[in-house]
Design a protein around this ligand. Structure first.
Ligand code: HEM
Ligand code: HEM
Length: 230
């Protein structure tokens, strides 16, 4: 047995920031009211986090790369036969990672186009048809709970691996290190790819914020004001 470097700092930071953001998004989303303002800000932060992770999946270190863990038919077959061995995400884990990333991405993007029909609308809702905005809002409400179910499954499998398989996946996600029989420490990543991923994530945050979109026209003075006489 030897100890290798498995998860680099950006991957771990991404994971734990995402966990904090998603928990806070559920709390603020369900609270509604004034908390929705923070809900929107946190959702935009998640757009940045996911963008960072996607870029890092191409330019990051060995085990963070999609090429390393997105399973092909051969590794799925090996996994099902029990002969798959490797230090990174196993093929089943990789599917759950991709499903979580896809659901989080859908939630964050649909959130940008939401409109609660009372006081809050997502920063990009004016860019789409009002019908579509309402449809996306209802998907946003429903798929949040599908995401919650996947998170439950995710945490349950980490507990299953720890108790049944005696494989403590949580420790490497905190310390970055893992004890393995075979495998090498990660390579690559580094400061230049990190800055590149950070810059692209910042661009995605700016795009999601809607700050670039033209202001809506101010209501014209000639417009009739509805009057209520009691
Ligand atoms: C990954 C990111 C996100 C998650 C996990 C999330 C989750 C949630 C949840 C759990 C609710 C409450 C659903 C319910 O009523 O039971 C909600 C509602 C809402 N979210 Fe998000 N959200 C995310 C991103 C965003 C973003 C980026 C925005 C806008 C900038 C946004 C805007 C809203 C609005 C306006 C509602 C209230 C909808 C309504 O009830 O009419 N969300 N979200
Ligand atoms: C909001 C909830 C959560 C979400 C959205 C989430 C999402 C993810 C994602 C996307 C990954 C892949 C990491 C990467 O390659 O970048 C991952 C891995 C991981 N997560 Fe979570 N996670 C959540 C909660 C948790 C919690 C509460 C724990 C602790 C019990 C946890 C433990 C882990 C571990 C140990 C891994 C590595 C699994 C492996 O070795 O294959 N996660 N998670």
């Amino acid at each position: 047995m030897k100890i290798i470097k498995l998860w680099d700092i950006p991957t771990r930071l991404f994971h734990w920031l995402l966990v904090v953001a998603i928990v806070a998004l559920f709390i603020t989303g369900i609270l509604g009211g004034n908390a929705i303002v923070w809900h929107g800000r946190l959702g935009i932060l998640v757009v940045g986090l996911v963008t960072f992770r996607v870029v890092w999946g191409f330019v990051g270190s060995t085990y963070a790369r999609f090429r390393q863990f997105v399973p092909g038919p051969a590794s799925i077959a090996a996994y099902l036969k029990g002969s798959w061995h490797g230090p990174g995400h196993n093929p089943l884990g990789a599917f759950s990672v991709l499903a979580l990333l896809a659901l989080v991405t859908f939630q964050a993007i649909s959130g940008l186009f939401t409109n609660d029909e009372i006081s809050f609308s997502g920063p990009l809702y004016r860019l789409v048809d009002p019908e579509l905005s309402l449809t996306l809002t209802s998907y946003h409400r429903v798929l949040a709970y599908v995401l919650l179910a996947f998170v439950g499954l995710h945490v349950a499998s980490i507990v299953f691996y720890a108790i049944v398989k005696k494989d403590f996946l949580l420790i490497p996600m905190i310390t970055g290190m893992k004890q393995v029989e075979a495998g090498e420490s990660y390579r690559g990543g580094g400061i230049a790819p990190f800055l590149l991923a950070l810059a692209i994530a910042a661009g995605a945050i700016y795009a999601a914020s809607g700050l670039w979109a033209p202001e809506p026209p101010a209501p014209s003075a000639a417009e009739p004001v509805p009057a209520f006489d009691f």
